[in-house]
Design a protein. Sequence first.
Lengths: 420, 582
Amino acid sequence: MKYNSIDEANKAVIGKIVGSAPFLVDVVPAKEKIKELNEGKVLLHAGPPIKWEEMTGPMQGSCIGASLFEGWAETAEEAEQMLVNGEVTFIPCHHVNAVGPMGGITSANMPVLVVENRSEGNEAYCIMNEGIGKVLRFGAYSEEVVTRLKWMQNVLGPTISRALKLTEDGLNLNVMIAKAITMGDEFHQRNIASSLIFLKEISPYIVQLDMDAKQLKDVIQFLANTDQFFLNIAMATSKAVLDGARKIEEGTVVTAMSRNGKEFGIRISGMGDQWFTAPVNTPQGLFFTGYTQDDANPDIGDSAITETFGVGGMAMIAAPGVTRFVGAGGFQDALSTSNEMMEICIDQNSNFTIPTWDFQGACLGIDARKVVETGIEPVINTGIAHKNAGVGQVGAGTVRAPKACFEKAIEAYAEKLGLI
Amino acid sequence: MLHTIIQKNSYQDSINLMLLTNAVATTEGISKVQIMMATPANKDIFKDAGLYTEELETAESNDMAIVVDTEDAGKVEEVLEKVEQYLKDQSISGKTQAFETVRTWDRAIKTLPNANMALISVPGQYAAEEANKALDMGLHVFLFSDNIPVVDEVQLKQKAHEKGLLVMGPDCGTGIIDGVPIAFANVINKGRIGIVGASGTGIQEVTTIIDRLGEGVSHAIGTGGRDLKEPIGAITMMDGIKALENHPQTDVIVVISKPPAKEVRNQVVELLHSLSKPVVTIFLGEKPTKHEGNIYQAYTLAETAQIAVDLLRGNEIKADYNAGDFSVPYVSLKQGQTSIKGLFSGGTMASEAAVLISDSLGLGTQITNEDGYVLKRDGHEVVDLGDDKYTQGKPHPMIDPETRAKFIEKAAQDEKTAVILLDFVLGYGSHEDMASALLPSIQKAVAHAKENDRSLYVVAFVCGTENDPQDYQGHINRLQEAGIIVKNNNNEAVRTALSIVGLQVHDEQKTHEVTETPAKEFDLTVSEQIMAFVNTKPSIINVGLKSFTDAIVANGTPVVQYDWRPIAGGNERMRKILSLLK
């Protein structure tokens, strides 16, 4: 190891996180950035690798929706048959510099946000947020869903792309996140402030574009309606920053947390691309009327990359508006949650100071060793999908990353270092 | 039937409305209810739930929509009332705590950067490891945990001494640091008597008597019961004595010790002779015959406190403080009713009772301990119910009356029993009202004896002060009202019991000898950390039992609660890997 100690290696990793410079620079069809999507019928999915037959309902539903969107099939039945037949290749988003919410299903022609981390020169990608209700990421694939995806492909994506080109060097995401965290966002469950900041930043450029008035109105209306629009930007940002940081190929800093509905996977800085997995938990939370805990799909999605970055559930204290997802509790519980998360983190990120936390910085660098030592599992704020394909979101709540992933990771690292 | 209520422009956050829906859904007589903002996406959710109505169609995004499915239209009003009440009463009463709770040493130190002491009460098998960590962080250690091997105690104390730190304990049940009661301790006025002691209830008895005599305590530093044994060599006792010698607010030093190793005892006494301050010593089980130079030797805990107070006040020291008239009028016992049953919750008090009874029987003052029985002679029995033998899987008798109640019952059935002797120990950590908790058993025992034509005498004393969390005078009153003979302290209680059965202790009239040989030279300086420890208010990391924070918080002392758990949940393999990945 080129560092004197694991602590020193970990410091180097978190140094790269703090020193990162993520910018939103473009929105492009996924296939332009991810060459693997040009090689036949390929779909990206959330979490560590998984086969079609192992996928839970929402992810399978998303696959059907994506197949319809790509025109690989005319009907849902056709699409499903094709998927069952194994005609589609699956790749985890994380393997191609991408992340995807919930099912994370991403296909060649879906527009993706492009976040460039200028401190390290790497990029990360994420599809755009579709809003709430019947949406692909929760496994819905009705005509309404596909129609919206088409509109995002043909109108929304190109519009934002053109607007971003008018900016001098893209949108500085550290600045937007720093502002929004003081306005009550934690960037997983709550993104309303950051989404507004995004709208504020981008709309002066959008209105300069030469475009159809109806389309212009639709774009602005969509951005104004979509409270979680920034979530996907935050995910791509987190991915870009953490991929930059894991160039330090030593240490025990968690560099990814991700779920595919069956398994929870983590990566740590000292073990490169290797996943350490354990069965996922099922989120606990509040449900829409008519739905109960029994309807909840097990934990799913790449969005836990935000917690890996130190926001989301880790920054519960920043978002009083969503604290009540932590059990039935209030502010004190949110405070306890963030304080508890600090027990497993190495430091605090002074770029993102949280007023409701006496201006302490957000959590920085989950140390897998500390998770194992204390048994404190990282908390993740999450939407809850119905376990059946096509139903969509049925609630929201929190879930914990299983400790076993962290145990496996540090054991593997101890082996790599020749200690056991 | 569906009923729709639209509250125009009444924005509520979606989480709130989900909680509200849950709260209202329990209303009897309604089959379903959904409360949401009437956004297009939410309208779809209403549809999915089978709760879509025409009124909903016209509602807008900023309207709050309530749809109730009920056959009883009257219920709608009830739902509305509940909704209004809920929205009015949204604030959750936040319970703020006076201290922060953490789960790691790292965070404990970050939360309380000026901490100077760790109060450790984790299970014995882990205690040495945690104490070592505390010492590595430069913290003095108050080690409440027991079952720590002697080798570990030696290692910890040597390490602490080299680092200029104190290890108080292990098995240190009590302490007072700058007026702050630590672990099981009474609320004692601050004053100018400093104590270093090897026993828990011994310190409690001495400090409470000092307090009741109108004086106070600067520090009471516990050493653990083995400190004056050979392998340890009184490391903590010697450092503690030197600390008090250097502490300007301490004028009189009290040393309390269990039977020591002879060599170690001599070493401690030599050190004491070299001090500039007067010292009162009590080595339990020794019956001193004289005072020597600046060292005043006491036979009982009460005498220890009384000498210390007289020294502080500049009064002449009496030749004996123990004797007195402890007779009880009109004693009537049946033939064969000759024995005392001492049922103690305090270990040192039990030992003291055993010593005095043994002495009165002419059997000397050396006592032994067999299964918690510190005396078992001629029908007399003194048992320490706080001994490990009786606390396996059960709370300590200072907290729980059950074990003692059983022993009281047993004693009453024994025809030979004349006196039941009891201690009531107040202070932090103890039962909130042990008098009331034990009275039913005591009354039953007395009644049982009466039915059998026997008079059963119950003698007790209360170890406590007016400022203890329990009601000191109330305890005494309740006991007296129940016909119990209540004395001021253990010494008086034991002698009262003895007088009932016609026994008496012969007390020594102690002479005061001037030491002839000049005192051996000792380096009396202590480390900067120990000086800081005795000269500043403590700042404490409480590792383990959360209830210990009560006394600390009540004294306005900074504390952080470390909710300790075994590393990696006790998974040995992970523990090993973690130690390799340091």
